[in-house]
Design a protein around this ligand. Structure first.
Ligand code: M6R
Length: 367
């Protein structure tokens, strides 16, 4: 059932071209210039007139939520807040019937997310679910929703569910943006054409980076710390990269927005500190270049995820992983793939139980 792969996690990483394609199937109609999403369309005025959208989730799904905030605010111009479900439910939040609450959950069974939703519902908010498991508790309690069609995710570390969540959030942002008139038709058309290419580009990332990342991983088996940095859309991707590494390899890792480095973490940088930086051409590239200079001045070991043909960052990096160019908003999808592979291989070389890391369960049904 692992389809020839050694672990479910690796199989699921490799399934991403298909899982993203499946998540877009029937929804993204590029030739007609249409995004079809009944769950959104049936309630589109609720979204349009919402005071704000609150996204609640835990773990990896929360990271997807952060990217959702960037997407929805940029393209649909609706204010978005993202909160850990566990914090939201216990802090007496202000929620009204003008709010739309979106819960993101692979399993649809996460106790904190479920409880936060119940609270939001009691306060009159419209509640929307983005779940992977059909007919799960969260899918059932929500007023409406969109399933990610990633297929069953068995590995405890979420991979294909994450990129499917990003796909759904992208579709929602573009659909709302078009309806609200905040995303003009020309931009809409070129964005959806590019989105349609993402499964192919992931295939390319998998085939061009797999062996390379596997080899890079060998050099970090004994590391005790890692820093992951990114800016803009790739800041949450850095958080997610760090979470992947810590949960399966048990190496301490932290994700940071690159510019926050000088507000503390820079003190940690020396020749023993590996730093993964996500630095695509589109998205604050010049700023990233100066962050990289600061890292190199302190002799940090730099693994850079860059676009093909990149020069400035690549010249300074110890290891270079190239991904194809894409619009800034899709770059976390592409950048996540080599980071999943990096976490996977470091964990494998450390002899860890990749599919079932210690102390973790696939779905956290107790708070
Ligand atoms: O099923 P959910 O998406 O609600 O799960 C949320 C988190 O428990 C989950 O993403 C967790 O952080 C994963 N193990 C991350 O890989």
């Amino acid at each position: 059932e692992k389809g020839g792969y050694e672990h479910f996690m690796l199989k699921e990483i490799f399934e991403q071209p298909k899982s993203i394609h499946d998540t877009m199937r029937g929804r993204l109609l590029v030739d007609e210039g249409v995004i079809k999403m009944a769950g959104i369309w049936d309630h589109v005025e609720k979204f349009k007139n919402a005071n704000r959208i609150i996204i609640i989730a835990c773990g990896t799904s929360w990271h997807a939520g952060l990217i959702g905030e960037y997407l929805i605010e940029e393209y649909a111009r609706i204010p978005v807040e993202v909160e850990y479900a566990s914090e939201f439910r216990y802090r007496n939040p202000i929620i009204t019937d003008k709010d739309v609450v979106i819960a993101i959950s692979q399993s649809g069974e996460t106790a904190d997310t479920m409880a936060a939703l119940k609270l939001a519902k009691e306060k009159g908010a419209f509640i929307y679910g983005i779940c992977n498991v059909v007919d799960s508790s969260i899918a059932r309690i929500t007023d409406a929703g969109s399933y990610t069609h990633a297929g069953p995710e068995i590995g405890v570390a979420s991979t294909k569910a994450f990129t499917a969540q990003l796909t759904i959030l992208t579709l929602i942002a573009f659909k709302l943006g078009k309806h609200n008139g905040t995303l003009d038709n020309t931009s809409f058309m070129s964005l959806i054409a590019e989105l349609d290419l993402i499964p192919k580009k992931i295939e390319e990332v998998l085939s061009t980076t797999h062996e390379l990342v596997k080899n890079i991983s060998k050099d970090f088996v004994k590391s005790t710390n890692f820093l992951y940095l990114g800016r803009g859309y790739n800041y949450p991707a850095a958080l997610e990269g760090a979470l992947k590494l810590k949960e399966i390899s048990y190496i301490h890792a932290e994700g940071y927005p690159a510019a926050e480095m000088k507000h503390g973490p820079i003190a940690l940088i020396d020749e023993n500190m590996p730093i993964v930086i996500i630095a695509p051409k589109k998205g604050h590239y010049d700023k990233i270049v100066s962050n990289v200079q600061e890292i190199k001045a302190r002799k940090g070991k730099l693994i850079a995820v860059v676009n093909k043909g990149d020069q400035q960052v690549s010249e300074m990096a110890d290891y270079v992983i190239e991904i194809p160019e894409t619009s800034e908003c899709f770059s976390p999808i592409l950048a996540s793939v080599p980071l999943q592979l990096l976490a996977y291989y470091i964990a494998v070389y450390r002899g860890a139980n990749v599919d079932q890391p210690r102390n973790l369960a696939k779905s956290v049904t107790v708070e």
